[in-house]
Design a protein around this ligand. Structure first.
Ligand code: PFF
Length: 440
């Protein structure tokens, strides 16, 4: 059977942007920026994204389009031997990340619905609302299953009919929702204090740890280091498409979405005198509190959580596709069986994550099951995968990579790119890796 491809260049761009723009952009980036020196963090993040991020993305597209294979198959075809491990780690990472990503995706669906059922009210304490929801085992598992079912459905339908068509509708919708929410947020009385907090550069807050946080965030946000962009690149039909331009466009869209999400969150939080808190709390506890004080708060809350759910879904699809593509290419499964069986297995692995947030005590190495999987994938699998991908392109297949990135025409930064892959990215990633493990 003929291998599937994207129907159009725009379809591919929107699917890849859909993968990149996710929970990482909308809840993680604004919080990280806000607590790590504001504009100073944004500046460092930009620097990293525009050098290492964009280069590793281009490396993944190159490997993908050249081989037309999934992450494991691509390494096997090009070199084999121990390099296959890079592909394997990607498939494992896709499996593991989706299992807990979908749990949080489920929370966003619950919060869209809850916006209309009493959560957004000044008499509701949003902290206890959130804590009692995540401690409700049957509910968190149910919403996780709903989120997984939608993800499976899209991947089941295929690359063009499922992933591409879904992203072609959802990505413009996402940018529209983001625009509406930004306009609402920045026109609130008192919004300026939030913008000042977000953008005031405070270089005294920049430490080694800040740079590590920015590096780790860049990888997760751009969907790099686990063969996701190899897989999406493998569905590009034409050698005439410019891979450098695709990598630049997707990197810019992802960065813009992250940066702009801060203009929704901080003005809203500051306009009502709340203080920005950490991680999931900012989104699931602070924002509902703030929406409760806003005229039309139920609608704004529903729109915001819809934005988050859409962003999460288009990323979840890409995580599942990494594993499904492997089963189709290498194990010769049908797409339908792969989507259902692999999706079902991920659903099961997600259950302990869903339950570990308060319903039961499921700890590994002193962390909840969800936090443990998050830690393993973000701090070990993704950085190590990114390191291997950069080294592979820089040292093992530089001639293939040079041809692949000029098949459409010229590529002015080619030698800069190759050297980033050879030296700059591996060294920098090695540093995040050790830092993420707390080794210095
Ligand atoms: N980039 C997604 C986000 O920012 O939420 C998460 C992600 C998707 C990571 C796909 C890795 C991946 F392969």
């Amino acid at each position: 059977m003929e291998r599937e491809t994207w129907g159009s260049k725009l379809g591919f761009w929107l699917a890849a942007a859909g993968s990149a723009i996710g929970l990482g952009n909308i809840w993680r980036f604004p919080y990280l920026a806000g607590s790590n020196g504001g504009a100073a963090f944004v500046f460092i993040y930009l620097l990293i994204v525009l050098t290492i991020g964009i280069s590793v993305m281009l490396a993944e597209f190159t490997i993908g389009r050249h081989t037309n294979l999934n992450a494991v198959g691509a390494f096997q075809k090009l070199k084999g031997g121990p390099w296959q491990i890079a592909g394997w780690m990607g498939v494992v990472a896709g499996f593991v990340i989706l299992s807990f990503y979908s749990v949080i995706g489920g929370w966003t669906i619950k919060y869209i619905l809850s916006s209309f059922t009493g959560m957004i009210s000044t008499s509701t304490d949003s902290t206890s609302y959130f804590l009692s929801f995540i401690a409700n085992g049957p509910q968190t598992v149910l919403y996780h299953a709903i989120f997984m079912a939608i993800t499976i459905f899209v991947v089941y339908r295929g690359v063009g009919k499922g992933i591409e068509n879904t992203c072609k509708i959802l990505m413009p919708a996402l940018f529209l929702l983001l625009a509406i929410l930004i306009i609402r947020a920045v026109t609130l009385p008192g919004a300026l204090a939030g913008i000042n907090f977000y953008l005031n550069p405070d270089f005294s807050k920049v430490t080694g740890a800040t740079i590590l946080a920015a590096l780790g965030q860049a990888f997760f946000s751009l969907s790099l280091g686990m063969g996701c962009m190899i897989t999406y690149g493998s569905y590009i039909k034409s050698k005439k498409e410019s891979l450098p331009r695709a990598a630049a466009t997707i990197t810019l869209l992802d960065t813009a979405a992250a940066f702009l999400a801060g203009f929704v969150i901080f003005p809203t939080v500051f306009a009502f005198g709340a203080t920005p808190s950490a991680g999931p709390g900012l989104t699931f506890i602070t924002l509902p509190k703030v929406f409760a004080l806003m005229p039309g708060g139920q609608i704004w809350s529903a729109l915001f959580f819809l934005l988050l759910a859409v962003a999460a879904l288009t990323s979840a699809i890409s995580l599942l596709e990494v594993v499904v593509a492997y089963m189709i290419d290498n194990a010769k499964w049908s797409r339908q069986n792969a989507a259902l069986i692999i999706g079902g297995a991920i659903l099961l692995l997600g259950i302990p994550s869903a339950l570990s947030q308060g319903a039961m005590t499921i700890n590994i190495a002193g962390k909840s099951f969800l936090d443990f999987l998050d830690f393993i994938s973000n701090n070990i699998l993704l950085p190590l995968g990114g390191l291997l991908i950069a080294l592979f392109v820089g040292w093992v297949i530089p001639e293939i990579a040079k041809k692949e990135t000029t098949a459409h025409g010229t590529f002015g930064f080619q030698s800069v790119w190759i050297w980033i892959c050879r030296v700059v990215a591996p060294v920098a990633i090695f540093v995040i890796f050790l830092g993420g493990l707390g080794l210095f």
